[in-house]
Design a protein around this ligand. Sequence first.
Ligand code: ATR
Length: 277
Amino acid sequence: MTDLYAVLGNPIAQSQSPYIHSEFAKQTQQNMSYQTILAPVDQFEETLRTFIKKGAKGANITAPFKEQAYALCDELSELAQLAGAVNTLTFTEDGKIYGDNTDGVGLVNDLETQFGPLKDKHVLLIGAGGAARGCILPILQHHVAQLVICNRTHEKAQQLQTLFCDYGNFFAKPIEEIQSPFDLVINSTSAGLSGQLISLPSVIIDETTDCYDMTYSQHTTVFNQWAKDQNAHQTADGLGMLVGQAAKSFNLWRGVTPDTDPVMEKLRQSLAQKVSS
Ligand code: ATR
């Protein structure tokens, strides 16, 4: 029997998840199907419950439903509880919904692949929305020397400080108060999705700073281009995080860990083809 999975979001046509999971399934010989489901913005719960009734085994949840999905879960992982949002649901035999958040694990795995161990690094996280919140605990668990969070709306960064300050050296700071460079700067804001460049002081970057943009695109992202212009050491975009969070979801569902490298390579090629065509 083919096990049924899907990703629910709105919009959803752009999602790479069906491709990624079908590649993982081929690679690990799992008998499963994975589709996209466009949930109307005001009918997320109905859409999800209809999918569960079909006998589905699990689902990924993407924008704008991660918080709503969190509220529907019967059980949550510690990461999901603290993130206040879930991207991975598992439907149990006894009809329960188990929620997890694999975004942060996807991010830290990719950060360490691209830039080496996080341990003892001074890290700046820009943005304090859902994307940032899901990643704070996994970063702190990797024993960074310090994690500073900056956000346009400083109060939101302060709220996250209150929530996570017991888990490591983590604090909020207004961006204009930063006076020295970091080892690693992570952009979690959604500004780049609409081509906007966030206003940042060049002092946060020197020639040893690595920069990571959680968004990705066929071109260098706006944030990474700015970082390159400041002579940052290395830059990477969020494609690895996307594939990494999918690999962790796949592992939760199927109990096997897929190899992410060949899938990353194929996705990069297909993005490059979109540029040239
Ligand atoms: P996500 O779930 O992708 O994190 P979100 O919860 O809407 O989305 O959060 C978006 C983040 O990007 C916020 O930190 C937001 O800053 P505010 O809290 O001040 O709104 C940030 N952001 C979006 N556009 C921005 C811009 N032009 N300049 C600076 N920050 C921006």
